[in-house]
Design a protein around this ligand. Structure first.
Ligand code: NDP
Ligand code: SSN
Length: 330
């Protein structure tokens, strides 16, 4: 059985199972804060979408030396005006920085930005580090890791739980795995962007944890959507359903946050629906790899695919409810 040691005074929690080794640190730790000389002096940030922009912004606001790159250059401008430097390729960013973070849309873009023609790996060398915070599958993460380590640099996968607002507020949860030396080196940077960080051992474990979490989240949202549309169909007020759920055993911050706008058919994008469907697809692949049936997630994935086919890809994932409102052709 796993042993657990808790030091609440220093807000540091450690768990020491026989295998794999993993631990969690909660922000404002003293036990795991590295010495100043170990903290990377220059930080690269690749991918400035909904998540990457506020994450990079928090690093800049904390006084860090940040260099940015994004496929669509215009998204770099707000960060440049806050003091960020700019380079015109991932390779140049990686070559000029001690540690480079990447927050890309999906496995294809994460792989291309890391390992493509002008990819970050080309600018890597011993002593540097690459931290991929995108949500991808373990296989992609391992491919990127291989290319980065081949240059002598270190690799950490570190997908995040938490959406746009937690990213803005520096309240993300990092699910890391890979080179522990790099984990220690970037700990203080993760603490600027997040409220806690888990170190989960070998590359692939962070990706797997993230996919399992988002698989549960996608199914919860689909089930909640069914409840809202069914309550309305039988003559109940869905706003009252949101309130009833908030007071009971199945209450969840997500329902309280998204419910009121879903009732008004409003879906301001925090987590794009296309990314939720990507995560369900990747979770299905993960389950397939170990022959684990996940029938709820499989059905949920179909619902998100229907939502995408109705043009809802770039809406918030809560717009999945619209897929249940579509009238069947007579
Ligand atoms: N939004 C959320 O709540 C959360 C998202 N995530 C995950 O984080 C990642 C980023 O999410 P988010 O910021 O919301 O996504 P966005 O869609 O807002 O941003 C995606 C980023 O990837 C870049 N990109 C896409 N395709 C390519 C490509 N082929 N080559 C180079 N760059 C590319 C985009 O560049 P460009 O600007 O040029 O399009 C943009 O910088 C995803 O993996 C997502 O699943 C994780 C936690 C929460
Ligand atoms: O990957 C997106 C996660 C969104 C969230 O955790 O709220």
């Amino acid at each position: 059985m796993a042993m657990c040691s808790t030091q609440l005074n220093s807000q540091f929690l450690s768990f020491f199972p026989a295998k794999p080794r993993f631990f969690v640190s909660i922000k404002a730790t003293s036990a795991s804060t590295p010495k100043d000389d170990d903290i990377p002096a220059s930080i690269g940030f690749l991918g400035l979408g909904i998540m990457g922009t506020p994450m990079a912004q928090n690093l800049i606001k904390a006084g860090r030396d940040v260099t940015v790159w994004n496929r669509t250059k215009s998204k770099c401008e707000p960060l440049i005006s806050l003091g960020a430097k700019y380079k015109s390729s991932p390779e140049e960013v990686a070559a000029s920085c001690d540690v480079t973070f990447a927050m890309l849309a999906d496995p294809e873009s994460a792989l291309d930005v890391a390992c493509g023609k002008y990819g970050a790996a080309k600018g890597m060398s011993p002593g540097k580090g690459y931290v991929d915070v995108s949500t991808v599958d373990g296989e992609t993460s391992k491919l990127i890791c291989e290319q980065i380590r081949a240059t002598g640099a270190h690799f950490l996968e570190a997908p995040v739980s938490g959406s746009k607002k937690p990213a803005e507020d520096g309240q993300l949860i990092f699910l890391t795995a890979g080179d522990e030396v790099l984990y220690e080196k970037v700990a203080s940077l993760l603490d600027i962007m997040g409220k806690s960080r888990f170190y989960l051992g070998e590359v692939g474990n962070g990706a797997a944890m993230k996919l399992v979490v988002n698989m549960v989240m996608g199914s919860m949202m689909a089930s909640f959507s069914e409840g809202l549309v069914l309550s309305e169909k039988v003559g109940l007020d869905p706003s009252v359903l949101v309130e009833v759920i908030s007071q009971g055993a199945i209450s969840a911050p997500m329902y309280a946050l998204k419910g009121p706008s879903m009732v008004k058919s409003s879906y301001p994008t925090a987590f794009p629906l296309k990314h939720q469907q990507k995560d369900l697809r990747l979770a299905l692949g993960l389950a397939e790899s170990v022959s684990q049936p996940i029938p709820i997630a499989a059905a949920t994935n179909e619902l998100y695919k229907v939502a995408k086919s109705h043009g809802l890809s770039d809406q918030d994932f809560s717009a999945v409810i619209e897929a249940l409102k579509v009238k069947l052709q007579q």
